[in-house]
Design a protein around this ligand. Structure first.
Ligand code: AMP
Length: 508
């Protein structure tokens, strides 16, 4: 028998098996009316009400619903409501500028736009056929509790469930098409490898727009895991909520755990969650010192995964397996600093240039309306990650460098070309190269090397301010260095790795 694997399975199971349990604890502090504690029965009922509301608006199967929001129950429920009935959810990065957001709404052809009231002031000019502010307008204008939603006419696991826009090597972000099958396989294998159980409490320290919160909303629903969204990353606030809600599982980039470590140093009394909490880290190779500190100072279990938005994300996993038990803290941290071994059903390889290639059921269907980029990424039947890496005798992958011209700062991708375009639009700039410089806090810091035009002048602050009005703040250079020339190869290419080498790596 073949039954399509669709994301609806996860919320259906939550309702059937864990209907009475609190499924989501909404953010208490937010501009919209908080939803408080929602049982999984209530989450499922609201998801149906959203789908019925979309029916009433005439939003058909395959149409796109874009949402831009900080983490909240309303953003989370859309991951269940929208794809379950054959529509496509487009969760957008809330840090983007209005122009960037406008491009995405336009490119995906969104029929519906849902906006967090906190972000609305920046996005007031952006329209779509239907537009609701999350909160009262959404509750009374969209949700229809008086009607049953029309079922998806022909559920298909290969159809697109979500589109996640991600910055790559091009100036414009690309829309990663995740199918229901991608999401299903990611959520179940992730749950298995991280040994998620119905005793877990999961806190969303990861922005949910990023790769659908790594698919963990689906894993959590299937197993009745209580989910606690947090809107803003703050180390002390994370610790307080771990204590308040008995959180056992969290995920995020190294920058999140650095914030928690700083807050723990000031924390009065025993750090909450000692011996209870497991964290899953990805986005950048964490220094082994951070790993050792997480285990010693917090007493939290450290797990690493590696993957991309294009791979749902799970490709590899590195858990503190039984064999690590007898290692010294330093050797254990070293073992855990590798990206990991392939998740079940994933195959990894490297090509002659050392680029990591992957095959598996979590790999994207393609980029939305971008056949050239899709063909390039999937050339030869393997997904090209753009990361350089090597595999040791134990089969463990270590990511050593990045072949693609992408900077990862605070866990978010930034296209160097996009930033270069913006710096270059400053009238005093003759030449620019943008690179990621290793940085303790951000992983990498967006840094612009600038050659000024003959007779022109500009200060670092002026160039940064120029960028901040045009692109998201996190993409703007944090540092600008003026140079007389930017070294190039004989063919005129800038060798970014050489530029990066002139900056010291972070201490490990
Ligand atoms: P994104 O698509 O925004 O999730 O970013 C994916 C990129 O993050 C990958 O291509 C890698 O460059 C980087 N990355 C993710 N996980 C790891 C890891 N465990 N170690 C090193 N880099 C990682």
């Amino acid at each position: 028998m073949r039954v399509p694997l669709t994301t609806r399975d996860f919320i259906d199971r939550a309702e059937l098996v864990y209907g009475d349990r609190v499924g989501i604890v909404d953010e208490p502090m937010q501009p919209a009316d908080p939803l408080g504690e929602l049982t999984y029965r209530e989450v499922a009922r609201r998801a149906r009400a959203i789908a019925a509301g979309l029916d009433a608006l005439g939003v058909g199967e395959g149409e796109r619903v874009a949402v831009v929001s900080h983490n909240s129950a309303r953003l989370l429920e859309l991951l269940y409501a929208v794809p379950s009935y054959g529509r496509v959810l487009v969760p957008v990065n809330f840090r983007l500028s209005a122009a960037e957001f406008d491009y995405i709404v336009e490119h995906c052809g969104a029929s519906v736009l849902l906006i967090d009231p906190e972000i609305e002031p920046q996005l007031s000019g952006i329209t779509a056929p239907h537009r609701f502010l999350l909160g009262e307008e959404y509750e009374s204008g969209l949700l229809r509790f008086d009607a049953e939603p029309r079922p998806w006419s022909a559920p298909d696991e290969d159809s697109t469930a979500t589109i996640n826009y991600t910055s790559g090597t091009t100036a414009r972000p690309k829309g990663v098409q995740m199918t229901h099958r991608n999401e299903w396989v990611n959520a179940t294998t992730f749950g298995m490898h991280m040994q998620v159980s119905d005793r877990d409490v999961y806190m969303h320290t990861l922005p949910m727009f990023h790769c659908n919160g790594w698919g963990l909303p689906y894993t959590s629903a299937a197993l009745g895991v209580k989910q606690v969204p947090i809107r803003k990353i703050d180390g002390a606030e994370i610790l307080r909520r771990v204590q308040q809600h008995g959180v056992t599982l969290m995920a995020g980039a190294p920058a999140v755990w650095n914030a928690v470590l700083d807050a723990a140093a000031e924390w009065d009394g025993e750090v909450p969650g000692r011996g209870q909490v497991r964290i899953v880290v990805a986005g950048a190779a964490p220094p082994s010192r951070t790993i050792a500190r997480v285990e010693e100072e917090l007493g939290w279990e450290f797990n690493q995964i590696y993957g991309l938005t294009e791979t749902a994300p799970l490709l590899t996993v590195n858990r503190p397996r039984a064999e690590y038990d007898d290692l010294s803290p330093l050797d254990r941290a070293k073992a855990l600093s590798r990206a990991g071994v392939p998740a079940l059903g994933t195959q990894l390889s490297t090509n002659e240039s050392g680029e990591v290639l992957a095959r598996g059921n979590t790999v994207l269907a393609g980029y939305w309306e971008n056949p050239e980029a899709s063909a390039e990424a999937l050339d030869g039947g393997w997904f090209h990650t753009g990361d350089g890496g090597s595999v040791d005798e134990g089969g463990y992958l270590t990511i050593s460098d990045r072949k693609k011209d992408v900077i990862i700062t605070g866990g978010e991708n930034v296209s160097s070309i996009e930033v270069e375009d913006v710096v270059f639009s400053h009238p005093s700039v003759a030449e620019v190269a943008v690179i990621g410089v290793p940085d303790e806090k951000w992983g990498e810091m967006v840094t612009a090397l600038v050659v000024l035009a003959e007779g022109a002048s500009a200060t670092e602050a002026e160039i940064i301010a120029h960028c901040r009005t045009r692109i998201a703040g996190y993409k703007a250079p944090k540092r600008v260095e003026f140079r007389d020339a930017i070294p190039r190869t004989a063919t005129g290419k800038i060798q970014k790795f050489k530029l990066r080498e002139s900056f010291a790596p972070p201490a490990d």
